[in-house]
Design a protein around this ligand. Structure first.
Ligand SMILES: [Mg+2]
Length: 169
C-alpha cells in the first residue's frame, strides 16, 4: 500500500523522471489533488501545468465526482477523463486497461484508499500528494478513517507525512 512516490503537490512532481522511466499516461484525481473539493474551477496554474505536460504525456482525469461537477474541469484543462469512476472499485481501472498499458501509466491522487489502494490492486503505479483542501465529503471522511490506520502501519515501512520521495528506478 506504500505509494510509489510521494510529493507535496502536483507542481512538485518530477515529471521528467516519469518520462525517463517510460511513463506515457498520467491519470489525475481531481478533488483535493488538482483543486479543493469546495472549488469548481481550475486555476491559471493548473492550466499552465497541464499545457506543459500535454507535450509529453496523455493526461486523463479519473474522478469519483459526477460529470456535472467534473466535465467543465476536463474541458477547461483540454483533456479527457472518467467521472463517477467509483475508485477504489475495479470497474474504471478495467476500462482504462483496455486503452492504456499499466507499465506506461501512473496515477496521482491524495487518498490512500481510493487512489493508492485502487491503483495498486489494478497493477498501476501511483503517486500520493498531500490534499490541498480541508473540506471533504462524508464518503471521503470514511476512507480517511481507514487511511489513518494504513498510515500508522506504513510508518514501520518508513512512510511519514511530509517525508516526500521520488519513484524508485
Ligand atoms: Mg481526491
Amino acid at each position: 500500500m506504500k505509494p510509489d512516490a510521494y510529493y507535496k503537490d502536483i507542481y512538485e512532481i518530477d515529471y521528467k523522471e516519469l518520462k525517463d522511466l517510460g511513463i506515457k499516461n498520467i491519470f489525475f484525481d481531481v478533488d483535493n489533488t488538482i483543486i479543493p473539493y469546495t472549488e469548481d474551477k481550475v486555476t491559471e496554474d493548473n492550466i499552465k501545468l497541464f499545457n506543459e505536460l500535454k507535450k509529453d504525456f496523455n493526461l486523463v482525469i479519473v474522478s469519483n465526482s459526477n460529470s456535472h461537477r467534473i466535465n467543465s474541469i476536463i474541458e477547461d484543462l483540454g483533456i479527457t477523463g472518467y467521472t463517477s469512476s467509483m475508485k477504489p472499485l475495479n470497474r474504471t481501472y478495467k476500462k482504462i486497461k483496455k486503452v492504456y498499458k499499466t507499465e506506461e501509466s501512473i496515477f496521482i491522487g491524495d487518498q490512500f484508499m481510493t487512489d493508492v489502494w485502487g491503483a495498486h490492486k489494478n497493477d498501476f503505479k501511483v503517486i500520493l500528494v498531500d490534499r490541498i483542501g480541508n473540506k471533504e465529503p462524508l464518503t471521503t471522511k470514511f476512507w480517511r478513517l481507514l487511511e489513518s490506520f494504513v498510515r500508522r502501519k506504513l510508518t514501520k515501512n518508513g512512510f511519514q507525512n511530509g517525508n516526500y520521495y521520488k519513484l524508485k528506478k
